[in-house]
Design a protein around this ligand. Structure first.
Ligand SMILES: [Fe+2]
Length: 284
Protein backbone atom coordinates (compact mmCIF):
# COMPACT_ATOMS: atom_id res chain seq x y z
CA UNK A 1 0.00 0.00 0.00
CA UNK A 2 2.67 2.44 1.05
CA UNK A 3 4.62 1.51 -2.03
CA UNK A 4 1.60 2.14 -4.24
CA UNK A 5 0.72 5.47 -2.76
CA UNK A 6 4.41 6.30 -2.73
CA UNK A 7 4.07 8.26 0.48
CA UNK A 8 3.71 7.49 4.13
CA UNK A 9 0.08 8.51 4.08
CA UNK A 10 -1.15 4.98 4.59
CA UNK A 11 1.14 4.64 7.60
CA UNK A 12 -0.08 7.81 9.24
CA UNK A 13 -3.70 7.59 8.13
CA UNK A 14 -4.98 6.29 11.44
CA UNK A 15 -7.44 8.95 12.63
CA UNK A 16 -8.03 7.02 15.81
CA UNK A 17 -4.41 6.97 16.85
CA UNK A 18 -5.19 8.47 20.26
CA UNK A 19 -7.95 5.99 21.06
CA UNK A 20 -5.79 3.16 19.81
CA UNK A 21 -2.82 4.27 21.93
CA UNK A 22 -4.97 4.74 25.02
CA UNK A 23 -6.18 1.19 24.62
CA UNK A 24 -2.62 -0.13 24.12
CA UNK A 25 -1.24 1.89 27.02
CA UNK A 26 -3.89 0.43 29.29
CA UNK A 27 -2.78 -3.06 28.24
CA UNK A 28 0.84 -2.11 28.93
CA UNK A 29 -0.18 -0.69 32.32
CA UNK A 30 -1.83 -3.98 33.21
CA UNK A 31 1.22 -5.95 32.13
CA UNK A 32 3.45 -3.68 34.20
CA UNK A 33 1.19 -4.13 37.21
CA UNK A 34 1.67 -7.88 36.91
CA UNK A 35 5.40 -7.29 36.46
CA UNK A 36 5.69 -4.95 39.46
CA UNK A 37 6.38 -7.56 42.22
CA UNK A 38 9.15 -9.20 40.15
CA UNK A 39 10.56 -5.78 39.27
CA UNK A 40 10.55 -4.81 42.94
CA UNK A 41 12.34 -8.04 43.78
CA UNK A 42 15.02 -7.34 41.15
CA UNK A 43 15.51 -3.88 42.62
CA UNK A 44 15.74 -5.39 46.08
CA UNK A 45 18.43 -7.79 44.83
CA UNK A 46 20.40 -4.78 43.71
CA UNK A 47 20.04 -3.13 47.10
CA UNK A 48 17.57 -0.56 45.78
CA UNK A 49 14.46 0.22 47.82
CA UNK A 50 11.56 0.00 45.32
CA UNK A 51 9.06 1.84 47.51
CA UNK A 52 9.93 5.55 47.78
CA UNK A 53 7.65 7.85 45.81
CA UNK A 54 9.87 9.95 43.57
CA UNK A 55 7.71 11.34 40.78
CA UNK A 56 4.31 11.96 39.30
CA UNK A 57 3.42 10.29 36.02
CA UNK A 58 1.65 11.90 33.03
CA UNK A 59 -1.75 11.23 34.61
CA UNK A 60 -0.73 12.80 37.91
CA UNK A 61 -0.33 9.49 39.76
CA UNK A 62 2.42 9.02 42.32
CA UNK A 63 5.32 7.00 40.96
CA UNK A 64 7.51 4.75 43.09
CA UNK A 65 11.10 3.76 42.34
CA UNK A 66 9.74 0.43 41.02
CA UNK A 67 7.35 2.23 38.68
CA UNK A 68 10.10 4.57 37.57
CA UNK A 69 12.20 1.51 36.79
CA UNK A 70 9.39 0.12 34.62
CA UNK A 71 9.05 3.51 32.93
CA UNK A 72 12.72 3.30 31.95
CA UNK A 73 11.83 0.22 29.94
CA UNK A 74 9.44 2.32 27.88
CA UNK A 75 11.99 5.11 27.44
CA UNK A 76 14.61 2.65 26.33
CA UNK A 77 12.50 0.89 23.71
CA UNK A 78 10.97 4.13 22.44
CA UNK A 79 14.36 5.79 21.94
CA UNK A 80 15.79 2.68 20.34
CA UNK A 81 12.80 2.57 17.98
CA UNK A 82 14.02 5.86 16.52
CA UNK A 83 17.13 4.19 15.15
CA UNK A 84 15.80 2.30 12.15
CA UNK A 85 13.43 4.84 10.57
CA UNK A 86 16.02 7.62 10.75
CA UNK A 87 18.69 5.33 9.29
CA UNK A 88 16.34 4.52 6.41
CA UNK A 89 15.21 8.11 5.94
CA UNK A 90 18.84 9.21 5.61
CA UNK A 91 19.17 6.88 2.66
CA UNK A 92 15.93 8.06 1.08
CA UNK A 93 17.17 11.64 1.43
CA UNK A 94 20.11 11.04 -0.90
CA UNK A 95 17.79 9.88 -3.68
CA UNK A 96 15.38 12.80 -3.18
CA UNK A 97 15.05 15.92 -5.28
CA UNK A 98 16.14 18.22 -2.44
CA UNK A 99 18.98 20.49 -3.50
CA UNK A 100 22.41 18.84 -3.19
CA UNK A 101 23.39 20.81 -0.13
CA UNK A 102 20.12 20.10 1.70
CA UNK A 103 20.31 16.46 0.64
CA UNK A 104 23.79 16.14 2.12
CA UNK A 105 22.78 17.88 5.33
CA UNK A 106 19.66 15.70 5.65
CA UNK A 107 21.68 12.53 5.09
CA UNK A 108 24.32 13.35 7.66
CA UNK A 109 21.84 14.72 10.21
CA UNK A 110 19.45 11.76 9.94
CA UNK A 111 22.22 9.19 9.95
CA UNK A 112 23.67 10.83 13.02
CA UNK A 113 20.23 10.95 14.62
CA UNK A 114 19.90 7.20 14.03
CA UNK A 115 23.09 6.60 16.01
CA UNK A 116 22.02 9.03 18.74
CA UNK A 117 18.57 7.45 19.20
CA UNK A 118 20.24 4.05 19.55
CA UNK A 119 22.58 5.64 22.06
CA UNK A 120 19.69 7.02 24.11
CA UNK A 121 17.93 3.65 24.01
CA UNK A 122 20.84 1.32 24.63
CA UNK A 123 23.54 3.42 26.21
CA UNK A 124 21.56 5.70 28.51
CA UNK A 125 18.10 4.33 29.40
CA UNK A 126 18.86 0.68 28.56
CA UNK A 127 21.99 0.81 30.69
CA UNK A 128 20.11 2.36 33.62
CA UNK A 129 17.42 -0.30 33.30
CA UNK A 130 20.12 -2.97 33.37
CA UNK A 131 21.81 -1.36 36.35
CA UNK A 132 18.49 -1.65 38.19
CA UNK A 133 18.20 -5.37 37.47
CA UNK A 134 16.53 -5.71 34.06
CA UNK A 135 18.23 -6.78 30.89
CA UNK A 136 18.02 -5.22 27.44
CA UNK A 137 14.35 -4.27 27.56
CA UNK A 138 12.38 -5.91 24.82
CA UNK A 139 9.48 -4.46 22.88
CA UNK A 140 5.98 -5.52 23.79
CA UNK A 141 3.50 -5.98 20.94
CA UNK A 142 1.43 -3.22 22.53
CA UNK A 143 4.32 -0.75 22.12
CA UNK A 144 3.56 -0.93 18.38
CA UNK A 145 7.09 0.19 17.66
CA UNK A 146 8.14 -2.57 15.31
CA UNK A 147 9.40 -1.67 11.88
CA UNK A 148 6.83 0.40 10.06
CA UNK A 149 7.02 -1.62 6.85
CA UNK A 150 8.37 -0.48 3.52
CA UNK A 151 7.24 3.15 3.44
CA UNK A 152 10.82 4.31 3.84
CA UNK A 153 12.07 2.28 0.90
CA UNK A 154 13.17 4.65 -1.86
CA UNK A 155 11.19 4.68 -5.11
CA UNK A 156 12.19 5.75 -8.61
CA UNK A 157 10.60 9.21 -8.37
CA UNK A 158 12.93 11.59 -6.44
CA UNK A 159 10.00 13.91 -5.60
CA UNK A 160 8.21 11.09 -3.81
CA UNK A 161 11.39 10.29 -1.90
CA UNK A 162 11.52 13.92 -0.77
CA UNK A 163 7.94 13.63 0.47
CA UNK A 164 8.84 10.52 2.44
CA UNK A 165 11.71 12.28 4.19
CA UNK A 166 9.60 15.35 4.95
CA UNK A 167 6.71 13.26 6.27
CA UNK A 168 8.98 11.32 8.59
CA UNK A 169 10.73 14.46 9.83
CA UNK A 170 7.38 16.10 10.61
CA UNK A 171 6.35 13.15 12.78
CA UNK A 172 9.76 13.10 14.45
CA UNK A 173 9.54 16.83 15.14
CA UNK A 174 6.33 16.20 17.04
CA UNK A 175 7.95 13.43 19.05
CA UNK A 176 11.18 15.33 19.76
CA UNK A 177 9.43 18.46 20.97
CA UNK A 178 7.36 16.24 23.22
CA UNK A 179 10.46 14.50 24.56
CA UNK A 180 12.01 17.82 25.48
CA UNK A 181 8.81 19.26 26.96
CA UNK A 182 7.54 16.26 28.89
CA UNK A 183 9.54 13.05 28.80
CA UNK A 184 12.91 14.27 30.03
CA UNK A 185 11.54 16.62 32.71
CA UNK A 186 9.80 13.61 34.32
CA UNK A 187 13.06 11.65 34.41
CA UNK A 188 14.97 14.62 35.78
CA UNK A 189 12.32 15.30 38.46
CA UNK A 190 12.29 11.67 39.51
CA UNK A 191 16.07 11.51 39.67
CA UNK A 192 16.21 14.73 41.69
CA UNK A 193 14.04 13.08 44.34
CA UNK A 194 15.74 9.69 44.28
CA UNK A 195 18.85 9.39 46.37
CA UNK A 196 20.86 6.81 44.53
CA UNK A 197 24.15 7.19 42.61
CA UNK A 198 22.38 6.13 39.42
CA UNK A 199 20.04 9.11 39.70
CA UNK A 200 22.97 11.54 39.59
CA UNK A 201 24.41 9.71 36.60
CA UNK A 202 21.11 9.81 34.74
CA UNK A 203 20.70 13.52 35.40
CA UNK A 204 24.16 14.12 34.01
CA UNK A 205 23.61 12.00 30.90
CA UNK A 206 20.19 13.42 30.13
CA UNK A 207 21.39 16.99 30.56
CA UNK A 208 24.70 16.65 28.78
CA UNK A 209 24.01 14.09 26.06
CA UNK A 210 20.40 13.26 25.47
CA UNK A 211 18.83 16.73 25.64
CA UNK A 212 21.38 18.53 23.42
CA UNK A 213 21.08 15.76 20.83
CA UNK A 214 17.28 15.83 20.83
CA UNK A 215 17.41 19.61 20.57
CA UNK A 216 19.48 19.24 17.41
CA UNK A 217 16.88 16.82 16.03
CA UNK A 218 14.33 19.58 16.52
CA UNK A 219 16.64 21.81 14.47
CA UNK A 220 16.53 19.23 11.65
CA UNK A 221 12.72 19.41 11.80
CA UNK A 222 12.97 23.18 11.44
CA UNK A 223 15.71 23.00 8.77
CA UNK A 224 13.75 20.67 6.50
CA UNK A 225 10.66 22.80 7.00
CA UNK A 226 12.45 25.87 5.65
CA UNK A 227 14.45 24.08 2.98
CA UNK A 228 12.00 21.44 1.80
CA UNK A 229 8.47 22.36 2.84
CA UNK A 230 8.12 26.13 2.49
CA UNK A 231 9.19 26.10 -1.20
CA UNK A 232 6.38 23.60 -1.85
CA UNK A 233 3.65 25.95 -0.68
CA UNK A 234 0.74 26.17 1.71
CA UNK A 235 -0.52 22.62 1.28
CA UNK A 236 2.90 21.19 2.11
CA UNK A 237 3.09 23.41 5.20
CA UNK A 238 -0.33 22.23 6.34
CA UNK A 239 0.74 18.62 5.87
CA UNK A 240 3.94 19.14 7.89
CA UNK A 241 1.93 20.71 10.71
CA UNK A 242 -0.64 17.91 10.61
CA UNK A 243 2.04 15.18 10.74
CA UNK A 244 3.89 16.96 13.55
CA UNK A 245 0.73 16.55 15.58
CA UNK A 246 0.34 12.97 14.45
CA UNK A 247 3.70 12.35 16.12
CA UNK A 248 2.43 13.92 19.32
CA UNK A 249 -0.89 12.08 19.18
CA UNK A 250 1.06 8.84 18.88
CA UNK A 251 2.38 9.47 22.39
CA UNK A 252 -0.86 10.99 23.74
CA UNK A 253 0.80 14.36 24.21
CA UNK A 254 -0.98 17.72 24.07
CA UNK A 255 -1.34 18.83 20.47
CA UNK A 256 0.88 21.62 19.21
CA UNK A 257 -1.18 24.69 18.42
CA UNK A 258 -0.64 26.34 15.06
CA UNK A 259 0.72 29.43 16.81
CA UNK A 260 3.35 27.42 18.62
CA UNK A 261 4.30 25.64 15.40
CA UNK A 262 4.75 29.01 13.73
CA UNK A 263 6.77 30.31 16.64
CA UNK A 264 9.15 27.34 16.27
CA UNK A 265 9.42 27.92 12.55
CA UNK A 266 9.61 31.70 12.57
CA UNK A 267 13.06 31.59 14.09
CA UNK A 268 15.52 31.67 11.21
CA UNK A 269 16.43 28.46 9.42
CA UNK A 270 19.25 26.70 11.29
CA UNK A 271 22.48 26.12 9.43
CA UNK A 272 23.44 22.59 8.43
CA UNK A 273 26.31 22.83 10.90
CA UNK A 274 23.91 23.59 13.74
CA UNK A 275 21.83 20.49 13.24
CA UNK A 276 24.83 18.27 12.93
CA UNK A 277 26.71 19.96 15.73
CA UNK A 278 29.94 20.33 13.79
CA UNK A 279 31.04 21.63 10.42
CA UNK A 280 30.50 19.83 7.14
CA UNK A 281 32.32 17.97 5.68
CA UNK A 282 32.14 15.67 8.62
CA UNK A 283 35.25 14.91 10.55
CA UNK A 284 35.41 12.69 13.59
FE1 LIG B 1 16.33 10.27 21.54
Amino acid sequence: MAEQSGTMESSFANDNIRAERERMNELIRQKMLVELPAASARLGDRGIDPRPIIATDYEGNAMSVAQFYLMLRAYSVTEKAGQEPTYKAARVAIVSDLSPRVRDAAFVALNQQSAEEAGHGDKVFGAAYYEMGGIAPALLTEDQLNSGGDFLEPVADPAINTQKVLDLMAVLGGVETLALERAFPIVLDACARWSHPLAAQLIDQVNHNVKPEEARHVLTWRYLFHQGVVPRGEEAIERYFMLTNWGRDRFLAPRMERREFERHMKASCPTAEQLIGRPLPVSI
